[in-house]
Design a protein around this ligand. Structure first.
Ligand code: GRF
Length: 200
């Protein structure tokens, strides 16, 4: 059974989708902990599901790398250690993970991003797509490497932009595709049907 640590910063609707999927005894993965860099409201989804949560604030660490080490230690306490039966899912974590953390867990470290990478990396992908006049954007699940949203793409789904659509409305429509895409991707990794690049 695949053990998953989920990292979030916000409302956690992608986390909730994973928790709901993993509630089915037939789902081939279990969420063993949920971590955040802040007191994210989405942590309540984990608490309600009886999943342990932890908060590691960057300001409590002397350096970014030390923050990454603290995060890694908290995750390892729950048996997620980068080995083949474990996975770290960044689902709305609004921080760049330090290189040491990435080296410890990648490629068993994935992220969901609201754009069709390599287009529109970074923290404001939906806004940037609208500002560029894109008529199509989408969501990407990818392996995290040491760059910002540059790791190998695993799955993508496209969304047409409606004329005059607000950033909030577009992002909400995208998230309706993003949640099932993330759940399917995690399931396929757990079943060994989707190979992670570089994994043994
Ligand atoms: C998602 O669209 C994710 O791709 C982006 O932030 C959003 C998080 O949403 N990085 P939620 O907290 O899962 O509702």
């Amino acid at each position: 059974m695949l053990k998953i640590a989920v990292l979030i910063s916000g409302g956690g609707s992608n986390l909730k989708a994973l928790l709901d999927a993993a509630d089915d005894p037939d789902f081939p993965a279990r969420i063993v902990c949920v971590g955040s860099d802040t007191d994210a409201s989405g942590l309540d989804h984990a608490r309600a599901a009886g999943v342990p949560v932890f908060i590691e604030r960057p300001r409590d660490a002397a350096t970014r790398e030390e923050w990454g080490e603290r995060l890694a230690a908290a995750i390892r306490q729950h048996g997620v250690d980068g080995s083949d039966d474990s996975l770290v899912v960044s689902a709305g974590l609004m921080r760049i993970l330090p290189a040491g953390f990435v080296r410890a867990f990648s490629p068993r470290l994935i992220n969901t991003h609201p754009a069709l990478l390599p287009a529109f990396p970074g923290a404001h992908a939906v806004r940037d797509a609208l500002a560029a006049g894109a008529t199509r954007t989408g969501v990407t699940v990818h392996v995290i490497d040491e760059g910002v949203d540059t790791g190998p793409v695993l799955r993508q789904e496209a969304v047409d932009v409606r004329p005059g659509e607000s950033e909030e409305d577009l992002h909400e429509r995208m998230k309706q595709l993003e949640r099932p895409l993330l759940v399917r991707t995690v399931r396929d990794i757990a079943l060994g049907e989707l190979e992670l690049p570089g994994a043994g």
